[in-house]
Design a protein around this ligand. Structure first.
Ligand code: SF4
Length: 450
């Protein structure tokens, strides 16, 4: 348990459960910072006085998980009536009314933009109910400097996450992010570098944003920011999540070659291989331009790994259009895909589209996609056997005397009979290929973190 910093006036022990993406994890760290000013954080839910769920609503499944968890906590509250239950993040923003209806015992509902307000937790601990779920106006906001500062941010281990943009202006027809997180705001580069001061000594930095590569603030664009981050002392590896293909261009492709810390790995979310579906998704690129972007990176760095997101069964997707997605998968041979069956998000344009596909048809298409991708990954992993890779050790593997780490291309690697520790940088030879990971033997070790 962490120590309270100063004012322990009202809030007692707070437990935070996070569901969703890395941006949500990052936001939970912001909530930790707020709580630490006025109370205690506990890792044990059963001993908490305040239970907070920080949530994601991009997928329907995540949302259902929230109600399931709330149901469990309701039973605890029946035995302990003073227990405070709160829901924050995107589900709260998007589904505040549904939460009030389905879970009236919830005391606090707050969107991602209000999580930094300690007074909320104080009031709710005094027995007040607080519901703050406003959606965001469509005003243009650029060069945004957050009104809050999180000097006590928690950054565990060798790795740190840092949000540089929030919100999104793209309004993809299937996505709720612009509604739940608002218009895109880029953080002032000075405040980014100030927070980096808190992270001093981290070997591995992941910068985050819903549309991270459209970053622009106070005259600094995304590529310029990468250059400034690359100059950080001690930084071994830099990655970014999640970019939009429309904002991937020659200068960014060049950065992969010129910046030593920028890992040779790019996430390019394709979503569909059909131009008609891409238009209906409001993705603002075609398959032709997507192939050009892939070539932009591979022409410079043939060994670069590329991952993607794909949605199958988008409303109106025909068999032929699904086959176009499969064709793109077979042609590009992504190193990793995050694939999803389309799920309707209330309030989005796609929810209003006709021709929603039956669940079993979506499941069938997803299965075909996963089988094909499974074979591609196996082949690509086998092609790496015998190669020399740099691995940053992340910790122990569940197998005895075994450690786990990541290559610069983001492959998971296991090494047996090693006493290397998190933060060690290894030169390894790949000795085996499994479905989702590689096995390796060490050639040499250097310690990048003391
Ligand atoms: S780019 Fe599209 S999918 Fe990504 S957060 Fe913005 S609206 Fe959502």
């Amino acid at each position: 348990m962490e120590e309270a910093s100063q004012n322990t006036e009202t809030v007692k022990k707070v437990f935070i459960q996070t569901y969703g993406c890395q941006m949500n994890e990052y936001d939970s760290n912001r909530i930790f910072d707020t709580v630490k000013k006025i109370g205690l954080i506990t890792q044990v839910a059963e001993e908490a006085d305040v239970l907070l769920l920080n949530t994601c609503s991009i997928r329907e499944k995540a949302q259902e998980k929230v109600f399931h968890q709330l149901g469990r906590w309701k039973r605890w509250k029946d035995d302990k009536p003073n227990l405070v239950i709160g829901v924050g993040g995107c589900v709260a923003s998007q589904e505040g009314d549904a939460i009030r209806r389905r879970a009236p015992y919830v005391d606090l509902i707050f969107g991602p933009q209000t999580l930094h307000r300690p007074e909320m937790l104080k009031k709710v601990s005094r027995g007040q109910k607080i519901i703050q779920t406003k959606r965001h106006a469509r005003q243009k906001v650029r060069n945004f400097i957050p009104e809050y500062a999180f000097q006590q941010t928690q950054h565990h281990g060798i790795k740190a996450h840092l949000a540089i943009t929030k919100g999104c202006n793209n309004h993809c027809s299937f996505c709720v992010v612009p509604f739940t997180r608002g218009r895109e705001r880029s953080r002032d580069p000075k405040s980014i570098l100030e927070e980096i001061g808190v992270l001093f000594g981290k070997a591995f930095l992941i910068i985050l944003g819903e549309n991270v590569n459209s970053y622009k603030a106070n005259g600094v664009d995304f590529v310029e920011l990468l250059h400034r981050l690359d100059e950080l002392e001690n930084l071994q590896r830099l990655r970014f999540i999640s970019p939009h293909p429309k904002d991937f261009h020659e200068e960014l492709a060049d950065a992969f070659v010129t910046l030593p810390s920028l890992c040779e790995q790019m996430h390019l979310p394709l979503q569909s291989g059909s131009d008609r579906i891409l238009r209906r998704m409001r993705r603002w690129y075609t398959m032709e331009t997507f192939y050009e972007k892939v070539a932009m990176l591979r022409d410079r760095l043939p060994e670069a790994t590329i991952s993607t997101d794909l949605i199958v069964g988008f409303p109106g997707e025909t068999e032929e259009e699904f086959e176009m997605t499969m064709e793109a998968v077979r042609t590009i041979r992504f190193d990793l895909i995050y694939s999803f069956k389309y799920s309707t998000r209330p309030g989005t344009r796609a929810a209003e589209y006709p021709e929603h596909l039956a669940e079993d048809e979506k499941s069938k298409r997803l299965q075909i996609l996963l089988e094909t991708q499974g074979k591609i990954v196996q082949e690509k992993n086998e092609a790496l056997v015998g190669s020399i890779q740099e691995v940053l050790v992340q910790g122990k593997h569940y197998r005895k005397n075994s450690i786990t780490g990541r290559t610069r291309g983001n492959h998971s690697v296991h090494i047996d009979d090693s006493c290397a520790i998190a933060g060690d940088l290894l030169s390894v030879r790949i000795t085996g290929a499994l479905q989702n990971s590689l096995e390796a033997e060490i050639i040499s070790t250097s310690t990048v973190l003391s």
